[in-house]
Design a protein around this ligand. Structure first.
Ligand code: NAP
Length: 316
């Protein structure tokens, strides 16, 4: 789509926060468009299973939860457009959003729900062997490593959850964690620890991914003893945190030092009419449940903003 158009609300990102905003907005009679650069669902789409989102007695695959949210938004008439936002300009109350494919959308309100992407570790061999044994997505790539030995780097929810998922495919899974304690929630830790083929290498950092055309192992160092060694693995899954996808907002709205959008629970940012929902916002807990809450709050804040500014959300 390369034309210019105007909508009352533009939502950037089709994950749980963005899709919830779309559902709430459309149910309030306010037309909106959702711009999603990849597959609706965001990080949730690649989660193997989710068991702490209310309403699902049994664990649900992230892809299924995403599909359900998308279908629900579409039932209310959501238009989900595959494109990427590259620039946002604020002209008075109007926000002008430039898309990768060349179009421009003017809107009265913008909900930024872009989420985040996996952080890279930055060690030698990581980029060189990306896609040839190094991965950031167990759900996408785990199946390539059936019966093989794997390393998972990190100690958060993602590392522990994906290690337990990979343990069903791999012969052995080593979790390499730089401290002697996990950051992950207890039930997720227990799930990983109950797998007989998961072994934790505490106080250990990965220094280099070894291999030329494919992964042969990981050179590791114990940070307490200084001892260096090599573990032979065929795959390395890296889960060392997330980077917010907010580059296009640099110089537009206030961001934290780490790049998260500065906004409270009301999702109101430093620019009136721009709201930030989900993982891209400064917040203490990044979960599907908190993203969904943000999506709903963003629409309430937007409606208050429309009333305060006397902005009509209906175009004839
Ligand atoms: P995270 O919670 O930020 O954890 C990152 C992990 O990587 C930490 O253990 C950290 O170690 C380690 N780390 C960071 N930089 C490192 C480095 N340079 N070298 C070695 N290790 C490093 O990230 P996440 O696990 O991807 O989770 C992101 C968010 O999604 C969290 O809010 C999480 O709760 C949420 N999430 C939720 C679920 C769920 O509820 N089912 C599943 C997945 C993710 P330290 O602990 O030493 O800092």
């Amino acid at each position: 789509m390369s034309e210019s158009r105007r909508v009352p609300l533009l939502i950037v990102g089709g994950g749980p926060a963005g899709l919830t905003s779309a559902i709430y907005s459309l149910r309030s009679g306010i037309e909106c468009e959702v711009i999603e650069r990849a597959v609706p669902g965001g990080q949730v789409f690649i989660a193997d299973r989710i068991e702490n989102y209310p309403g699902f007695i049994d664990p649900i695959a992230g892809s299924e939860l995403s599909d359900r949210m998308k279908a629900q938004a579409e039932r209310f008439g959501a238009r989900i457009i595959q494109d990427e936002v590259v620039k946002v300009e604020v002209e008075g109350d109007l926000k002008k959003v430039t898309l990768q494919r060349g179009g421009q959308v003017a809107c009265d309100a913008l909900v930024v729900a872009t989420g985040s992407r996996p952080r890279q570790l930055g060690i030698p061999g990581e980029m060189e062997l990306w896609g040839r044994g190094v991965s950031y997505c167990a759900t996408c790539d785990g199946n390539f490593f059936r019966g093989q030995k794997l390393a998972v780097i990190g100690g958060g929810d993602s590392a522990c959850q994906e290690a337990s998922m990979l343990s069903h495919l791999a012969s052995e899974v080593y979790i390499i964690h730089r401290r002697d304690q996990f950051r992950a929630q207890e039930y997720i830790v227990q799930c990983a620890m109950s797998e007989p083929n998961v072994k934790v290498l505490w106080d250990t950092v990965a220094e280099r991914v070894e291999g030329k055309d494919e992964v042969k192992g990981v050179s590791i160092r114990n940070v307490k003893t200084g001892e260096e060694s090599l573990i032979e693995v065929q795959g390395v899954f890296i889960y060392v945190g997330l980077i917010p996808l907010t580059d296009f907002l640099q110089g537009v709205v206030e961001l934290s030092g780490e790049g998260y959008v500065a906004a409270g629970e009301d999702t109101i940012t430093s620019v009136p009419g721009i709201f930030a929902a989900g993982d891209c916002r400064v917040k203490p807990l990044r979960q599907v449940a908190t993203a969904v809450a943000d999506g709903a709050n963003a629409i309430r804040s937007m409606e208050m903003y429309f009333i305060e500014r006397g902005i009509s959300s209906r175009y004839v």
